[in-house]
Each structure stands twice: as structure tokens, then as C-alpha cells.
Design a protein around this ligand. Structure first.
Ligand code: FMN
Length: 160
């Protein structure tokens, strides 16, 4: 029986997710990528994960980065999300950023920021699962999230 990968993508798209930007690198050349495979893993120790496409030109940078920062996007961040999802478009020039102790900057006004240390990387088919240990975090008590559903950006009806 053949497996319809296109239909599989559509089926997975029925699961609504938030959107994050993962940043790595510090100083003059930090880079970012738009990601919706982010998930919490463990409270103690504090671990999170996201999955990286092996075909990405950013694969090596992100799978080997000692530290990375996760910025949880708000509904106003859609243009940033679109930009950092473009092939080869990974520079953070002209974006509003906040510095972090670990190095990779976060996005200003993100709903939450998680500063992570590389914990492990696991092979998983055409992706790698990157697990990070959360070193520090910050969050806003209000603000609507950016949502991704059925291949489109969306919003939560009752978020405040
Ligand atoms: C909403 C959204 C979510 C995405 N989530 C992921 C993800 O979880 N993992 C991933 O590797 N790429 C994800 N991508 C794709 C990357 O953002 C980016 O488009 C791709 O890496 C571009 O190719 P490049 O890295 O070779 O430049 C997502 C794109 C969008 C628009």
C-alpha cells in the first residue's frame, strides 16, 4: 500500500499549534528559524524539544549550537514568522531583539522566552529531534499567540 505523504501533511495540519522562532549564535551573526514542532518535555529537569528538517541549510548550525533561544510568537509576529520561514532567510537584521545571558538573542515582545542549552539530538526520519535544557525563562501574562492551523496562520478567538 502506498503512503500518501501529501495527504499525511494535510492530516497533521489539522492539529493547531503555536509558532516559535528558534535563534542560535551570538554577536554579529545570530540566525533564526520559524518552527511549529516545539513541545514541552519535562518539568524536572526542565526540557523542551523541537524538530529540525535534515534538508534545511541551517541544519548543522542548529543541531550543533551549544545554546539556543526559543521565542514564543504573538499574533503581531506573523511577518517575522513568514520572513524566517523563507529558504535561506535566516538573518535577524532589523528585527527588534532582546539580549540573553546564554548568547542567542530573543525576539522583543515574544509571549515567552526560553534560554536553552543543547541537551541531546535524536535521529527521527527526515528530521532530528533537538532537546534543550531550559536555563532561564521569561513570559508575559497577557498577549494573543500566533497560531498555525491547516497550513495557514490563525488566531485564538478568546485570547487576551
Ligand atoms: C509555520 C511554520 C512552521 C515550521 N516549522 C518547522 C519545524 O518545526 N522544523 C523545521 O525544520 N522547519 C520548519 N519550518 C520550515 C522552516 O521555517 C524554513 O522554511 C525552512 O527551514 C527553510 O529552508 P532552509 O532552512 O534551508 O533555509 C516551518 C515553517 C513554517 C511556515
Amino acid at each position: 500500500m502506498s503512503f500518501d505523504t501529501r495527504a499525511f501533511r494535510h492530516a497533521l495540519g489539522c492539529f493547531p499549534t503555536g509558532v516559535v522562532v528558534v535563534t542560535a549564535g551570538a554577536g554579529k551573526a545570530p540566525m533564526g528559524i520559524t518552527v511549529n514542532s516545539f513541545a514541552s518535555v519535562s518539568l524536572d529537569p526542565p526540557l523542551v524539544l523541537w524538530c529540525m528538517d535534515r534538508k534545511s541549510s541551517r541544519y548543522r548550525t542548529f543541531t550543533t549550537a551549544k545554546n539556543f533561544t526559543i521565542s514564543v510568537l504573538g499574533s503581531d509576529h506573523q511577518p517575522v514568522s513568514v520572513r524566517l520561514a523563507k529558504p535561506g532567510e535566516h538573518k535577524l537584521d532589523d528585527l527588534a531583539l532582546v539580549q540573553t545571558e546564554a548568547g542567542p538573542p530573543g525576539l522583543a515582545d515574544a509571549l515567552a522566552l526560553l534560554e536553552c542549552a543543547h541537551e541531546t539530538v535524536h535521529d527521527a526520519g527526515d528530521h532530528a529531534i533537538i532537546v534543550g535544557r531550559v536555563l532561564r525563562f521569561a513570559w508575559h501574562k497577557t498577549g494573543a499567540p500566533l497560531v498555525f492551523f491547516r497550513g495557514r496562520y490563525s488566531a485564538l478567538a478568546d485570547a487576551g
